[in-house]
Design a protein around this ligand. Structure first.
Ligand code: SIN
Length: 303
């Protein structure tokens, strides 16, 4: 058996597979399928300071090889996360990545400060949600603002800080460099790609929000390209995500430069996807003479 352990920003994960924020809730619904201890970790649904209802529906639309969502960061707020969700998660013998999102820079810093005293292993600062009017992608699509919010959170946070980047930019490498310079310990990418579907019988957008974020296998090549570009631009580790649905996708993403991977939309059609990927990686390593999965990170040989 290969050694699947990976370390990201000083945090050791027992394997490199982590369900992505917003696709796994807080794990409760998935425990009927397998123990959460099988997972390298999990990234919790984006937590805001106060509870949010999210956007009005419809907020999901199917697309070829993917889906659009415009959820709008529905969640119970950081108090509910700390009092109700986290105590349960901390018993699961897996790493907990707390995804946080603020409408203002101050709110992001406040969230990080609140989480200092908690048992979460890492903060994932979401500066890339395309479905909210304040914060979200507005933070993550401008180098200066992305750096400002990263630096504000880094100043107060006692946890390793990973920043989740938006693909809806001209140069993701430039944003990544700005965020690294501002103190991020790791990066995660990509969040969803802004998209739109129209019902031609009503001539109305399918999503009530008109637009939403595209995820699923359709975005996978874009995600691989962006992870590779960012890997070549920064020195901090990357969690790669975007359309990963099988072990081969995860291996490809790691060869592009990801130290670990997050699995998102695939979980909606197959709740077992993360554990199938973990088992598949183990087999792949044995078949390919790889003793430690970290050996493959960034090993793509460009022409
Ligand atoms: C959402 O809740 O709208 C999705 C979160 C995200 O894309 O960051």
């Amino acid at each position: 058996m290969a050694d699947l352990r990976v370390t990201v920003a000083g945090v050791e994960f027992k394997n490199p597979v982590i369900p992505a924020s917003g696709t796994f809730g807080y794990g409760r619904e998935y425990e009927q399928f397998y123990p959460l201890s099988r997972l390298g970790g999990l990234s919790t649904k984006g937590t805001t300071l106060l509870p949010r209802q999210g956007n009005p529906g419809p907020r999901i639309a199917e697309t070829p090889s993917g889906m659009l969502n415009s959820v709008g960061l529905q969640n119970g707020g950081v108090r509910k996360f700390l009092d109700y969700e986290l105590p349960n998660l901390l018993q699961k013998d897996t790493r907990i990545v707390a995804n946080i999102a603020g409408s203002t820079i101050e709110e992001c810093a406040q969230l990080a400060e609140i989480l200092n005293g908690s048992g979460v292993d890492m903060i994932e600062l979401n500066i890339s949600c395309p479905n909210v009017k304040q914060g979200g992608a507005a933070f993550g699509t401008d180098c200066c603002v992305a750096a400002e919010v990263t630096s504000a959170v880094k100043k107060v946070s006692e946890k390793p800080l990973m920043v989740k980047l938006s693909p809806n930019v001209t140069s993701i490498a430039e944003i990544a460099k700005a965020v690294e310079a501002a103190g991020a310990d790791a990066l995660s990418l990509i969040n969803t790609i802004l998209g739109m579907r129209i019902d031609i019988s009503t001539r109305r957008p399918i999503l009530k929000n008109n637009v939403g974020g595209l995820s699923g296998p359709a975005v996978f090549p874009v995600a691989v390209r962006m992870v590779w570009q960012v890997y070549n631009a920064v020195s901090i580790p990357i969690m790669g995500m975007g359309g990963i649905s099988c072990c081969e996708d995860a291996i490809e993403m790691m060869m592009a430069g990801a130290s670990a991977v997050q699995v998102g939309a695939a979980i909606f059609s197959d709740p077992y996807a993360p554990v199938k990927i973990i088992d598949g990686m183990d087999r792949w390593c044995d078949e390919n003479g790889v003793k430690n999965i970290s050996e493959i990170v960034g090993t793509v040989r460009p022409w």
